[in-house]
Design a protein around this ligand. Structure first.
Ligand SMILES: [Zn+2]
Ligand SMILES: [Zn+2]
Length: 341
């Protein structure tokens, strides 16, 4: 079978390897779709802080079960599935209190452990999540990023009636804003400096889409959220500009949720955090319930993912996909890899 391996930054090998044998508690999945994530692009550029080459990438996948081990309960051949790509120890303190997404020994498929960029992928049944049979494979591969958004909104606490500001209208920001709307927020505003991303946000039904190159973010907050301003600001960009926007525009007694993957340390205005009693909260990926909630929201049509997929490439053209992304950073949202011949 075809397996795509990255021996070093900017280099991609197409290998022919045997189809993996499965253990009793595993299933074999014939992969159908694989989404390329911002973190994958960091790996491709050799800029990801916490990984080592060589690596088989891929953590946003969907496929069909073609074989089940005798102890893989609840799963059958023919099931459409996605995979929760976290490996955790189950023993450390965070694991014991249910926060296995921040396990002290956390490993992620496609970053520290082999990912799904293979025609067939063997996965432990406990990490395999069934998709509704009428869900498309495109949607199936979008469940993982949608689960990131669900996890982020969960970390906001009860947002019923809240004003939510999402910074960054890339895939995760878009999905976080849609999720916040679906979870009973009052007003949801999303900002970016990329008009194409904001257009997609509008097409997905996000109420207020603001280009901060054209409009001052503080003015937009006052006009749209009025005196109450933002109850929660979710930073999905992970750069100094947006975290500064968050701190400088956070209302007294409000929250900032940090979702974006910062590439480097940044200096922030700590006195404002202290004096305004701002809660700053980090979120790392998700737990299984976030996948289930993401699937439910997508099935109910409350979170739409079709418009987020801007480009398709065959898995054999992985390298071309990255080259395209490198030259069209401004235009791409989710680039989807397909496994058809
Ligand atoms: Zn991802
Ligand atoms: Zn652990």
């Amino acid at each position: 079978m075809l397996q795509v391996k990255m021996p070093e930054a900017y280099k991609i090998d197409m290998l022919d390897v045997p189809v993996p044998a499965i253990k009793a508690n595993e299933v074999l999945i014939n992969m159908k779709r694989l989404g390329i994530c911002g973190s994958d692009i960091q790996v491709y550029h050799g800029k990801h802080k916490y990984m080592r080459f060589p690596v088989v990438q891929g953590h946003e996948g969907a496929g069909v079960i073609v074989k089940t081990g005798e102890k893989a309960e609840g799963l059958s051949v023919g099931d459409k599935v996605t995979i929760q790509p976290q490996v955790f120890c189950g023993k450390c303190y965070p694991c014991q209190i249910g926060h296995y997404n921040v396990c002290e020994h956390l490993k992620v498929f496609g970053i520290h452990e082999p990912g799904m960029a293979s025609e067939y992928f063997a996965a432990e049944a406990s990490k395999v999540i069934k998709l509704p049979q009428d869900m498309s494979f495109d949607q199936g591969a979008m469940v993982e990023p949608a689960a990131v958004a669900v996890g982020a909104v969960r970390r906001c606490g009860d947002i019923e009636g809240n004003n939510i500001l999402v910074l960054g209208a890339g895939t995760i920001g878009n999905l976080a804003a849609q999720t916040a709307q679906a979870c009973g927020a009052d007003k949801v505003m999303i900002t970016d400096i990329n008009s194409k991303r904001l257009d997609i946000a509008g097409d997905c039904g996000i109420e207020y889409c603001i280009n901060t190159k054209e409009k001052d973010i503080g003015d937009a907050i006052s006009e749209i959220f009025e005196d109450r301003k933002a109850d929660v600001i979710i930073d999905c960009a992970g750069v100094k500009t947006t975290i500064d926007q968050a701190i400088n525009n956070a209302r007294r007694a409000s929250k900032i949720v940090v979702v974006g993957n910062f590439k480097e340390p940044v200096e922030i205005e700590m006195p404002l955090l202290q004096r305004r009693e701002i809660d700053m909260i980090g979120i790392m990926m998700y737990v299984k319930e976030d996948f289930e909630e993401a699937i439910r929201l997508m099935q109910e049509g409350k979170v739409k993912t079709e418009k987020l997929i801007t480009d398709y490439y065959r898995i054999r053209d992985f390298k071309q996909a990255y080259e395209y992304i490198d030259h069209h950073m401004e235009d791409v949202m989710k680039v989807m890899l397909t496994f058809e011949a």
